[in-house]
Design a protein around this ligand. Sequence first.
Ligand code: AMP
Ligand code: GLY
Length: 422
Amino acid sequence: MKILVVGGGGREHAVIKKLKENKSVEKIYAAPGNGGIARDAECVPIAATDVAGIVSFAVERGIDYAVVTPDDPLVLGCVDALNEKGIPCFGPDARAAVIEGSKVFSKELMKKYGIPTAKYETFSDMDSALSYLESAKTPIVVKADGLALGKGVVIAETADEAKDAVVSMMRDKKFGKSGESVVIEEYLTGPEVSVLAFTDGKCIKPMVSSMDHKRAKDGDRGLNTGGMGTVAPNPYYTDEVADRCMKEIFIPTVEAMRAEGRTFRGCLYFGLMITEDGPKVIEYNCRFGDPETQVVLPLLKSDLLDIMIATTDGTLDKQEVSFSDKCAACVIMASDGYPASYEKGFEITIPDDALEKVYVAGAKEKDGVLVTSGGRVLGVTEVADTLAEALAEAYGTVRRIHFDNAYYRHDIGARALKAREV
Ligand code: AMP
Ligand code: GLY
C-alpha cells in the first residue's frame, strides 16, 4: 500500500514510525514532513493546508490510503476532498472536525447532550461579553471560538484581564476570524488527563491515557505551549474514572455527533479535567495530540494501520486495540524562547543509537545536516517498566542530543510520579 501522511511534526513522525511496522506498507509519503521524517518517509514540499495540492499529489501517485493528522487541514475539509477522489482517509470530514474547529459548537453539543463540561456563555458581540464580565466570578476562562494554534485560551485572574482578552480577540482580531465569537467559561480545578480514542462513528476504543505539560517552564510556569512533554499512562486516570468517562463522556459524544449528522471517524481527543464533581471535558480535538501521540503510540501493541482502516470501514468493533502495560515518557527539546520568539538554523547532533527514540518536529535538512527550524525541535521517548525508569532514560538521551539554544523542561513527569506515591 502507498500511504500519504499529511503533516510535519513530531506527532506525524510517531505515526509514520508505527505505520512502517505493517508489512503491507510499501511506501509512505509525508506532506510536508520534515528533515527528521525524511529518514522514514519520502517528504514532498506541499503544505498541510494546501488541500488542492495534496489531492492532486495523492491522485497522481495513486495513494491507497491517506492519514490526515493536523487540525487545520481536517477543518478545511482535506478528508472530504480526498474522499471525493475515491481516496479513503483516516480522520474526520469537515462536518465532524468542527468539534475542534468551533468551541461554540462543542460547548453547545455538550450542553444539548448532557456531557459534563465547565459552565459557559458564548458571545458574538463584544459589548455583551464585556458587560457579562462586570459581574462574573474570577478566575474565569476566555476562549476564542476557532483554531488559534493552542493559544486562544486565556485564564484570567481578574475581570480586567478577562476584558483585555476579549478586546484583543474580538476588536483587535488577534486570532483573525477565530476570535469573532468567544466562549467565556467557569474556571475548573483538578488534574488534567488526555485521552485519545479511535472511533468509527459507532464504536469507540480509547487509547492509554496520558498527561501533557503545556506550560513552557518548570513548575508549570511560563506561557502555554503546544506541549513540552508527556507521560503515559496518567496516574489520575484510575479504572473508576475511566468507567465514568466511557459512560458519561466518550459514548455520549460519539452518539451526539452521529445524531447531529456529523458522524466522527478517526481519532477523537478528550482533554479532561478530573474535578471534585467528576471528570469534565475541557476541550475536544479532532485529531491525535502532540506530544501525546509520542507516548501513546509506542505503547500500542496492535497494528496501527489495521486500526485506522477499521475506523474508515466501520469495523472497529471487530478490531483489536491493545496497549502494553509499560510506561512511556516524552521530553520535548525546544528552541529557547519558544513559544514566543527564538533563533533557528542550528545544527542538531543525535547519536545513532538514539535515533529510534527521537521524533523530529521543527528541523530541516540543510547541506546534508539536520538544523533547527521550529519552536519544538524534537521529542525523545523512552518506554520502561516504570515511569521513573522511562523518565530517567528519556532525560539521559536528551543530554546526549545537542544543538545551540536547546531548551527543555526538567520536571516532565514529576507530578505523575508524586501522584503514584499517594
Ligand atoms: P485548551 O486549549 O482548551 O486545552 O486550553 C488550554 C489549557 O487551559 C488547558 O489544558 C487547561 O489547562 C486550561 N483550561 C482550559 N479551560 C479551562 C477551564 N475551564 N478551567 C481551568 N483551566 C482551563
Ligand atoms: N498537546 C495538546 C494538543 O495536541 O492539543
